[in-house]
Design a binder for this molecule. Structure first.
Ligand code: OAD
Length: 257
């Protein structure tokens, strides 16, 4: 097991920076914690969405089959929350690194679109493993499209419908029990396996397969750097674990990279 260097120890930032400086290929794997300081709720911590809501009622294909109106109402609310939020300093630092370093890619579990917003179209697009709140997909013919409209969940008829086949649209989000998009996951796994460093930011690292990506880096001979306000299953295998808010630590970490 690699030596964990915690943020509180004087070496930690230096170790992490030196790993990043030497790295040719870097993958940043992010989770809800990277958006916490933008005001987007996380899932599992204090105030997390899964403390108030039951995933089985809202984020499964069965839930949508039972009550599409309720599911859409919840996703409409989440959209409205995110639309009132802006990228923070961590999103901007990661977007800056992607735009300026040739082999720096952001892979995110987040569906809030804030990495895309921070990048402003510059650099390679972040890989969104779990989909996006602002994409919808037809339950009939499967066609997808961008959609930022206000959701009217008064009745099934007022929900978004397909412009091609008229069937009901659903959020283009990976729900519990569903597989990830194989192309996106394959590309993320390829990048993680080849990376010299996997920078893991703000994830509880309990949802697979996303959580396993950091391990691919480690098994390929690379190192893990973790940024989180708390310890996670990744902490013990990280070469450096930096404790604190992403919006403070990530810009500090990437400043001279
Ligand atoms: P979680 O809510 O499980 O974990 C958030 C992590 O962020 C925790 O480890 C917190 O300690 C940490 N954190 C909180 N505030 C932070 C801050 N300001 N700076 C740094 N870290 C902070 O969210 P995820 O790990 O992203 O799935 O959850 C994974 C998946 O589970 C999500 O993508 C979602 C959910 O069900 C889907 O939507 C498909």
């Amino acid at each position: 097991m690699s030596k964990v260097v915690e943020r509180e120890s004087a070496e930690a930032l230096g170790v992490a920076r030196s790993l990043l400086r030497r790295a040719e290929r870097i993958v940043a794997l992010t989770g809800a914690g990277v958006s916490a300081e933008s005001g987007v709720p996380t899932f599992r911590g204090a105030g997390g969405l899964w403390k108030t809501y039951r995933a089985e009622d809202l984020a499964t294909p069965e839930a949508f089959g039972r009550d599409a109106r309720l599911v859409w109402e919840w996703y409409g609310w989440r959209r409205s929350v995110v639309l009132s939020c802006a990228p923070n300093a961590a999103h901007r630092a990661l977007a800056g690194a992607s735009a300026t370093r040739p082999d720096f890619r952001v892979v995110t579990q987040n569906v809030d679109g804030l990495h895309v917003a921070a990048s402003d179209g510059v650099g390679p697009p972040p890989l969104e493993l779990h989909g996006s709140l602002f994409r919808i997909r037809c339950t009939g013919c499967g066609v997808g499209r961008e959609d930022r409209s206000v959701i009217d969940a008064t009745s099934i008829e007022t929900l978004p419908h397909c412009k091609t086949c008229t069937a009901l649209m659903r959020p283009d989000i990976v729900w519990f029990g569903e597989p990830l998009n194989a192309t996106i996951l394959g590309e993320a796994a390829r990048l993680a396996s080849m990376a010299d460093v996997c920078l893991v930011v703000g994830t509880s690292a309990v949802v697979h397969p996303a959580a396993g990506l950091a391990d691919l880096t480690r098994r390929g001979g690379g190192s893990i750097i973790e940024v989180n306000v708390a310890s996670t299953p990744i902490t013990d295998v990280a070469a450096a674990s930096l404790r604190g808010p992403a919006a403070v630590i990530v810009p500090e970490l990437l400043r001279h990279e």
